[in-house]
Ligand binder design. Structure first.
Ligand SMILES: [Zn+2]
Length: 1125
């Protein structure tokens, strides 16, 4: 045998002194050649000779040893373990193919392990179906996931327990699923729904564990020489050692492996391996905190049902790793994912729960899902956390203290306040996505993030620039070299592990980190990485080091992502579903609260309401609501919105009936062809502000004659009527008089004018040529310019559904209505119908103006309403509505959660220019001293102010990852609302609430069991007075009232303009208040509120002081409920 001698030859004898004789032919080290050579120790052209040739000692796949049988579930069905086991399995073999995409296949695997193999350190089964799979024991307990294929995330090995090796027999069950990590498409292209997958590996294998360990040693040395500066001692040393290892290794001499590993100890430290997890000496200060993570997008290039499998596979895999690596800690977010595991994989959930309770598996984030950070309403963001935190508390007895949105496409400035109020301790925040900015580099790594109201959280954006780190030395070192404010904080979070079906950290990541730490214990060139701690430990360390944030830089306002700006508009259906559901649930909660107080035998339907909220929150996931998922996801999402609409409407109907008796929704009168007896029209107003509006009444069926008596205007075609719903007790006949001035008229062939006493709009040649304030006699459009619809080419550089790029603005093309007709002309509603034809699409818009102003605010103007029906078949085109406004302002205002954000109208700097397309909620506005114009909308989220052009983004048409994005029918509405004040004194926010929560028109028969007195427009018993900047939005029952047998009402109040307020909450006298508290968003008491009684009315008055954009939750305990007078 060659064996030991060679190694002795390779290393010359050690000298004891400097020799006299200088005959050595030593040469200058050609470092680049050594470096190239060192890259050849594993794989590559020398793989039959290098380390790769000795990684396996045994491998068998003969069916004598590996017995396989399979059952394929029909279609895309996803049976449970028990259901699958009831079927007939048929024999299968390596090389068989399975498909098509999204199908599930169950395997029974019986392994016969040769008796001689008990001598080996490890025997494993390798199963590679080239797709994702889950291994169960024969009783149905999930053991671990499989990630097939040849990518870096490959995980196909399953360790056969030693007892089974000894017994010589081992049985398992596997479910393989025909999709990969990123679904079944090519990158972000639409899915290939006919992909088939081959069973490439089903082998019993004995790995040469020492050879694998040498590979890890060597890789660490390689990473050191690749990533450290070239003139550093450790970099050169690492390269020299690689060279030495290559000289020492012989693939025909197993003993050289140990010699090679000994060489690696020159950098890793002598005997480092025997320390095991104790290598992480806690007495040394850490620079890098490692935490395992698995970013499982709740839906993206695959549907929700596939995510459920990914979760179960990934998390059970991590439980297994925790049993093998004591230092391993794993964090994951999303209560929804835990709930799926609990419902669908109870045994897997139990294993996870045990690790949570043992402090190793760390729930983080506190939210229902990792939601979009821009578009959910304020109340929805609260529910994300309320549902999430309550779930974590109920299952694990813990609440999350670190908010976690690593991948959301920008983060609203309302979030810090919401985070801090969702659990008293929540003050940490982790994110990462801003490293994707395509214009400016975000300047901080660790900083105080202060929201629009002044609340701050401690924010860390990992300088590793990924939440899928591979735990290499390069990742670890980037935690320092890419850190943007080392002067104030020198630590970083290393969030490592493969997401989306990669199963989280691989064992070799944990092995590598031990080696990197071992090296750090030897040399200061290697940053100290620490394991075995939590994300919270990391933040606590920052707090200590920075005097609780004092020495950190601060970022004020939103964290705007300079990327993915198309996501405010992509997939109109999901945006509409989101807005309509949020509004519906707000209405349901208010009416259900009132019904629960007044209604006999009516119980507040917590579970049914929260089921709806869970669906809405789920669809707010950061690839669903933004419109960046595949088409299948939107089929699921629309189904969920359909359920919310159905259940919400039913809940609303039940609650109205319990609250107010036999009111008949006007829609039901038509749908059910009801014959009405005498009675009157009333309107249920769910907004806690008085209002007066024109409503539309359909006139069909047996009740048309009866209803005609209740209306003031019949439509030209006789199918509809308009009635005035007046919620001002003192208005008298004022409105009738004003209403007479409203008009729609035609001048010549192509000029149409809508006008009332305060506003007028002219359309000429199919374009809006004038928007005129009749009272101030002021033209609001820039002279010589026109407004209307406009279309742009929309061809982003790569991320199709995600991105619209600044250059799209260069392709602006104004569109003209080809046909305009008069539709209604007073006395309370005037309207035009306008049509526009594009090469492949049709846009029909009804433009209307009512006699009433938008609100009761003095000087309020009427809004001009646009109701659009679009049949959309463009590709890569972007439709917007724009007006060139004769208003000068450096900033425009856009509604965000519980307030607004101002953004530049100019492009002075690259930071300003980057905000060429931004997110808005129900309104956006451009104002100068004394005047402004707002756009309101009912389901759109993209807007911009490009100089004096204000634009609302309406429809896009990307083709990846959904080839059919936005193709087909759309309905949406927007309005133009001029106001004769600056935005700050305007009625825009409340008008936007009205626009989104239309009055519910009902018919109240004279006879029948009416419970309550009925004014024309229902008036809420809760109102805020004395501060026009304070809005009461949500009214609901206390979360635990039923359990605690309490009668509590929770009110969400906020300051909407950005200033202080001293307001009074008035509660009508028929509700007696026992106690009043302010609470956090989890409805836990903060402080008591003083109540007083209004002498004349007996109403309860509660004084509230608020600061700019403050969210105030008030909890009232009701002691007695009487009938309102
Ligand atoms: Zn994501």
């Amino acid at each position: 045998m060659y064996c030991n001698h060679r190694a002795e030859h390779a290393t010359p004898p050690t000298r004891s002194s400097y020799p006299l004789d200088g005959s050595s032919p030593g040469h200058k080290w050609i470092k680049s050649l050594t470096n190239d050579r060192a890259g050849q120790f594993t794989g590559g052209r020398w793989s039959s000779l290098n380390l790769s040739s000795v990684l396996y000692t045994e491998r068998i796949d003969d069916k004598k040893y590996v017995e396989l049988s399979v059952w394929s579930a029909p279609g895309r069905s996803k049976p449970t373990f028990e259901e699958a086991m009831r079927n007939k399995f048929k024999p299968a073999k390596k090389g068989d193919h399975f498909g098509p995409s999204w199908t599930n296949h169950w395997w029974k695997v019986k392994l016969h392990v040769p008796t001689a193999w008990t001598k080996y350190e490890r025997v494993q089964f390798e199963f590679d179906p080239s797709c994702e799979a889950m291994i169960f024991d024969v009783h149905g307990t999930p053991l671990q996931g499989i990630t097939g294929g040849w990518g870096g995330e490959r995980r196909v090995e399953h360790i056969i327990p030693p007892a089974a090796v000894k017994a010589g027999i081992y049985e398992i069950v596997i479910e393989s699923s025909c999709n990969g990590l990123f679904g079944v498409g090519d990158s972000i292209e639409p899915p290939n729904n006919n992909r088939w997958f081959g069973l490439w590996t089903a082998d019993i294998v004995v790995p040469n564990m020492e050879a694998w360990r040498l590979m890890l040693d060597y890789n660490t040395l390689r990473q050191l020489s690749d990533n450290l500066p070239g003139n550093s001692p450790t970099q050169n040393h690492a390269l020299v050692l690689q060279n030495k290892i290559m000289n020492t290794f012989r693939n025909d001499d197993p003993s050289t492996i140990a010699q090679c590993r000994k060489i690696a100890e020159e950098i890793l430290g002598e005997g480092w391996e025997s320390k095991g997890a104790d290598i992480y000496d806690k007495n040394v200060d850490a620079l890098i905190y490692g935490i395992g993570y698995c970013h499982i997008d709740t839906a993206w290039l695959w549907p929700y049902s596939v995510t459920q499998q990914k979760v179960a596979r990934s998390w059970t895999t991590q439980v297994d790793l925790m049993n093998r690596y004591p230092e391993h800690r794993f964090t994951c977010s999303s209560a929804q994912q835990f709930k799926w595991l609990e419902q669908l994989y109870p045994a897997g959930f139990k294993a996870v729960k045990d690790k949570v309770l043992a402090g190793k598996f760390h729930p983080v984030g506190g939210a229902w899902v990792e939601h979009d950070g821009n578009m959910p309403s304020g109340e929805a963001l609260i529910r994300q956390n309320l549902l999430g935190q309550r779930y974590f508390q109920s299952r694990f007895g813990v609440r999350c203290v670190t908010a976690w949105l690593p991948d959301s496409f920008g983060l609203s400035g309302a979030l810090p306040q919401i985070f801090r109020l969702c659990g008293m301790k929540a003050r940490n925040f982790f994110t990462q996505k801003l490293s994707w900015n395509n214009v400016n580099v975000f300047p901080h790594t660790t900083f105080n993030w202060t929201g629009i109201d002044g609340t701050q959280v401690l924010c860390h954006m990992t300088p590793v620039d990924t939440y899928n780190a591979q735990a290499t030395f390069g990742d670890v070192r980037r935690g320092i070299t890419n850190h943007k404010n080392l002067e104030s904080s020198n630590t970083a979070l290393l969030v490592f592990g493969n997401g989306d079906g990669g199963g989280g950290p691989l064992p070799n990541m944990l092995d590598s980190l031990r080696r990197i730490r071992a090296a750090a214990n030897q040399t200061p060139d290697v940053p100290v990485v620490h394991m075995g701690t939590s994300v919270e430990d990391f933040y606590a360390d920052i707090e200590r080091d920075t005097n609780y944030g004092e020495t950190l830089p601060t970022w004020h306002g939103e964290l705007y992502l300079e990327f993915h700006r198309g996501t405010y508009t992509s997939h109109g259906s999901i945006k509409r579903g989101n807005r309509k559901s949020e509004i519906l649930l707000r209405e349901v909660e208010y009416v259900a609260t009132m019904a629960s107080l007044h209604g006999k035998d009516y119980e507040y339907p917590y579970d049914r309401i929260n089921e709806c909220w869970e669906k809405v929150c789920l669809n707010q996931f950061h690839d669903v609501l933004p419109g960046s998922a595949i088409g299948m996801v939107y089929e699921d999402a629309e189904k969920l919105y359909g359920e919310v609409a159905r259940d919400g409407k039913q809940l609303f109907k039940e609650a109205v009936s319990a609250y107010m008796g036999n009111l008949i929704p006007i829609a039901s009168v038509m749908e059910e062809q009801l014959a009405l007896s005498n009675g009157k029209l009333v309107a249920f107003n769910t907004v806690h502000h008085a209002r007066r509006e024109v409503v539309e009444i359909p006139l069909k069926g047996p009740s048309a004659t009866r209803l005609r008596k209740e209306v003031v205007q019949i439509s030209k075609d006789g199918t509809r009527a308009y009635a005035l719903m007046d919620g001002d007790d003192n208005a008298g006949g004022l409105l009738q008089a004003k209403g007479l001035s409203i008009l729609a008229m035609q001048k010549g062939d192509d000029e149409f004018i809508l006008t009332n006493s305060n506003i007028s709009m002219t359309i000429k040649g199919g374009r809006i040529t004038s928007l005129y304030d009749m009272i101030l006699q002021r033209e609001l459009l820039i002279k010589g310019m026109t407004g209307g619809l406009v279309i742009f080419d929309d061809r982003p550089n790569y991320w199709d559904a995600w991105d619209v790029e600044i250059f799209h603005l260069e392709t602006r093309e104004p569109l003209s209505f080809s046909k305009v007709t008069l539709a209604e002309s007073g006395p309370v509603r005037a309207a035009l119908r306008a049509e526009l034809k594009l090469p492949k699409s049709t846009v029909k818009v009804t433009i209307s103006l009512d006699a009433t102003p938008a609100t009761f605010q003095p000087n309020s103007r009427s809004l001009i309403r646009f109701d659009a029906e679009v049949d959309w078949h463009e590709r890569h085109r972007f439709l917007k509505f724009e007006l060139p406004l004769n208003i000068r302002a450096h900033d425009a205002y856009y509604e965000t959660q519980f307030g607004h954000v101002s953004r530049p109208t100019h492009k002075n700097t690259t930071w300003d220019a980057a905000k060429f397309e931004v997110c808005c909620h129900k309104y956006c506005d451009i104002s100068e001293f004394g005047y402004g114009v707002a756009f309101l909308n009912d389901c759109k989220y993209g807007a911009s102010a490009d100089g004096q052009f204000m634009r609302l983004s309406l429809l896009r048409a990307a083709t990846a990852p959904d080839a059919e994005q936005d193709q087909g029918k759309h309905e949406f509405s927007w309005a133009v609302l001029p106001h004769a004040t600056h935005f700050m004194q305007s009625d825009v926010p409340i008008a936007a609430q009205f626009f989104n929560s239309p009055l519910h028109v009902m018919y109240a028969p004279e006879s029948g069991p009416l419970r309550l007195a009925l004014p024309t427009v229902h008036k809420s018993p809760f109102s805020v007075e004395g501060a026009p900047n304070v809005v009461l939005e949500t009214v609901k029952r206390g979360e635990d009232d039923t359990k605690k047998k309490l009668t509590r009402v929770v009110l969400r109040i906020f300051e909407a303009y950005g200033g202080h307020a001293s307001a009074t909450l008035r509660v009508a006298s028929h509700l007696s208040i026992d106690r009043a508290y302010t609470t956090n968003l989890l409805e836990e008491k903060i402080s008591a509120l003083e109540t007083s009684t209004h002498e004349a009315t007996g109403d309860t008055l509660i004084k509230l002081d608020l600061h700019a954009f403050q969210i105030l939750t008030v909890r009232l305990t009701i002691s007695k409920v009487e009938m309102p007078s």
